[in-house]
Design a protein around this ligand. Structure first.
Ligand code: FO1
Length: 322
């Protein structure tokens, strides 16, 4: 079975890990293609940092800081300390010593003219993703960045998404998100084919606005989902209106969408066939979308819990198969 997933950072990575664990039990030959959000990417200290891609690499490759959800396990920040001593800015985004290895080699390969896809494939090989039959694709090879226009009354100031997410902790209201470069972006090689060739397309519980929403903005992606003959099923990122982690509620408020599981499904309604919700949201109804209630809390507390969510999601896909 060929499964294609659109994924952001922490939630997306944890879900793919559980999906792989479930498939290893019931369908080991299945292949997963992950289309990763690159709108979070940022250039710092002359290096290109790709947080969602790196979170997927580290989580699937066994190098993630499990408690934090991003960055490397057993990390140190000696280099960051030196950067601070030199007064290098910004200092609100921590780059660990091990993590810097990824950014240095990525930046070197990009400078040599390799594409983001080629670089991502080399990074994924080191983390053993091909051996897990997981293919990791950036959504586009075109450099794009999500910027946030802050709602500060009379003035309109834009900051990089990471500054809003990390330094401002999404506490300053955003009036809108602008993805610099997205209108000139082309889907990366293999992305549209992965959507067309999939037996099932899954939406993990990633942020619907700044992760999934950005991927949907890549030319051709939404049309491929609408035209898909494969079932498209998703996991609600909200439970009783609350994000399990991150600031999805602040992102939804910025685009004028209610922080409810039904409203998020409504964002995908033009292509979504099935929606898996927490028991607390069993009353959710979205026209044209079949709702299924997970047989327990919709919380990815560990790999087994996540594998059970993936199992329910794939069962839903079979029920709604067109
Ligand atoms: N998140 C933070 O809250 N503080 C940080 O200093 C930080 C650094 C960082 C470095 C590399 C990386 O891959 C992720 C990092 N993150 C940090 C998380 C990041 O902001 C989010 O994971 C995503 O961009 C949101 O999906």
């Amino acid at each position: 079975m060929r499964i294609t997933a659109l994924a952001g950072g922490v939630g997306g990575a944890r879900f793919i890990r559980g999906l792989r664990a479930h498939l290893d039990r019931v369908s080991p030959e299945s292949e997963i293609t992950v289309i990763a959000n690159t709108g979070d990417d940022i250039s710092l200290f002359g290096l290109r940092v790709c947080p969602d891609v790196d979170t997927l690499l580290y989580t699937l490759g066994g190098g993630i800081d499990e408690e934090q959800g991003w960055g490397r396990a057993d990390e140190s920040t000696r280099v960051q300390g030196e950067l601070e001593a030199y007064g290098a800015l910004p200092q609100w985004f921590t780059l660990g010593d091990l993590d810097l290895g990824t950014h240095i080699v990525r930046s070197q390969w990009l400078a040599q003219g390799q594409t983001a896809s080629e670089v991502t494939a080399r990074l994924a090989a080191r983390w053993g993703l091909p051996e897990q039959r997981i293919r990791l694709l950036p959504m586009t090879d075109t450099p794009v960045e999500t910027h946030v226009v802050l709602d500060e009354g009379e003035t309109q100031r834009a900051v990089h998404f990471q500054e809003w997410w990390v330094r401002l902790r999404a506490e300053v209201p955003a009036s809108r998100f602008v993805v610099a470069g997205l209108d000139r972006a082309a889907a990366a090689p293999g992305v549209l084919d992965a959507l067309r060739d999939a037996d099932v397309i899954v939406l993990p519980p990633s942020n619907p606005v700044v992760s999934i929403g950005i991927i949907l903005g890549v030319p051709g992606v939404r049309d491929a989902l609408r035209g898909s003959t494969a079932p498209v099923v998703g996991v609600s990122p909200l439970i009783s209106g609350r994000p399990v982690r991150g600031h999805a509620d602040a992102c939804l408020a910025a685009i004028g969408v209610d922080s409810t599981s039904a409203a998020v499904a409504g964002l995908y309604a033009d292509f979504l066939d099935g929606w898996l919700v927490d028991p607390a949201d069993a009353s959710v109804r979205v026209r044209g979308v079949e709702t299924a209630v997970h047989g327990g809390p919709l919380l990815m507390t560990d790999v087994d819990a996540t594998a059970a969510i993936a199992a329910d999601l794939l069962a839903l896909a079979e029920r709604v198969r067109r």
